[in-house]
Design a protein around this ligand. Structure first.
Ligand SMILES: *Cc1c(COP(=O)(O)O)cnc(C)c1O
Length: 402
């Protein structure tokens, strides 16, 4: 047995409930399932989310959206990243909802839809059935990635409204520092929201319905109630990791965060592997590539069936601990592609602890405590929990627990 990721779908559902409790029953939730649902498996996460009453899914690419449709998922799917013109036929066929940032691409979408409508009418010999593709207008309010500039947003909204083949069903922006409790970052987020509010108001004022208005990622669900609008799009939070602590906010303006239900989330993924061999290592002998660890006294080590190709970062070599039978044992020597080693004899242990070959070891997450979370592992390896879960289990395979 190699490494495997256990996916606690009940934790996901609990996390969805927690977000719902905080943001209010009537508010829509879009579950980002991009990058194979942050490494958790897009299809299963999408299904479980829909079961939990979520109405929208988000992917980065058109091909990710197509995968979901192939599995019979009918919910609206927002395409967060900018699609390539070559993807337009698929967007229309699969009824995906692109976020549009500019007139050129929007025009190309519209031309494809209207051409398809005409062809449809020709074949049926009837009046053109005017199918409209839903699109969301994306406004750049300070992220400086996708989205039109705020001062161009009304023009783009007008252009969309003038398109026969398109329907404006939403208007969105993305926040750059919503997870930070630093005063200047809170101020930056407020400025982004001001710019967004103004743009949405002028769209409304010109008689165009902006559709579902949305902005909040995980950080904003925790820290910025005024970003919740009609729908929230928290990713990492739904997978069980808080990007900020609401009670750490220094700003007076956010004292009222206490009025909202507290957010408790549980990690959805738990990465496990097996003890494949237990062996004696004598004082002075080294373990693994590069000989970065040498036994100071005779000891027993466990060889484990997980390496960096399974999502245990090599940078965690000699820094991380795994749980075996609920007890923590330090990883020693370099983590290799497929395997790593744990020292079974801590200083005060004279005999081999009660661990047997083929026992399972928890690498991170799931039911394990905070000290064994993907966030803690991310911290010691200089990254974020997103990258840890995304990298986990590509080879390992996943097991879904209901
Ligand atoms: C990935 C993504 C999110 C979710 O971000 P988290 O930080 O995981 O909450 C929300 N919106 C867009 C546009 C995204 O690309």
């Amino acid at each position: 047995m190699c490494a495997r990721a256990l996916i606690y779908l009940e934790h996901l559902k609990g996390n969805i409930k927690s977000v719902k409790n905080r943001t209010g029953e009537g508010r829509l939730i879009c579950v980002p399932v991009k990058a194979d649902a942050y490494g958790h498996g897009a299809i299963q996460i999408a299904r479980a989310s829909l079961e939990a009453g979520v109405g929208f899914l988000g992917t980065a690419t058109v091909s990710e959206g197509k995968e979901l449709r192939k599995e019979g998922i009918k919910a609206p799917i927002l395409i967060f990243s900018q699609p390539h013109p070559d993807d337009i036929a698929d967007i229309i066929r699969e009824n995906l909802t692109p976020l549009v940032s500019d007139i050129d691409f929007t025009r190309a979408l519209n031309e494809h839809v209207t051409t398809a409508n005409l062809r449809f009418a020709e074949v049926l010999g009837s009046a053109a059935q005017n199918v409209k593709l839903p699109v969301h207008l994306k406004i750049d309010t300070g992220m400086r990635r996708l989205g039109c500039n705020a001062d161009e947003s009304l023009d783009l909204a007008r252009f969309i409204a003038s398109c026969q083949g398109l329907e404006l069903t939403g208007t969105a922006t993305h926040l750059a520092v919503s997870d930070s409790t630093e005063e200047q970052d809170i101020a930056y987020t407020k400025t982004q929201l001001e710019i967004f509010n103004k743009a949405v108001s002028s769209i409304r004022a010109s008689g165009i319905n902006p559709g579902i208005v949305h902005a909040a990622n995980s950080g904003a669900v925790i820290l910025h109630p005024d970003s919740w609008f009609d729908m929230v799009r928290p990713g990492i939070l739904l997978y069980g990791y808080k990007t900020a602590e609401e009670n750490k906010s220094p700003s007076d303006h956010y004292m009222n965060l206490k009025e909202y239900a507290p957010i408790t989330v549980k990690p959805v993924m738990e990465l496990r592997c097996a003890v494949t061999l237990i062996k004696k290592v004598k004082k002075g002998e080294s373990v693994s590539y590069g000989r970065t660890w040498t036994a100071e006294k005779d000891t027993f080590i466990a060889v484990l069936s997980a390496g960096y190709a399974d999502g245990l970062p090599r940078l965690a070599s000699n820094k991380w601990q795994v749980l075996i039978g609920g007890e923590a044992f330090p990883l020693i020597g370099r983590i290799t592609m497929d395997q790593c080693c744990a020292n079974l004899c801590t200083d005060d242990m004279k005999t081999l602890p009660n661990i047997r070959r083929w026992d399972e070891a928890v690498i991170f997450g799931g039911q394990a405590s905070d000290t064994h979370s993907a966030a803690a592992l991310a911290e010691i390896t200089g990254t974020i929990p997103y990258e840890i879960t995304c990298n986990a289990s590509r080879r390992a395979g996943r097991e879904y627990l209901k």
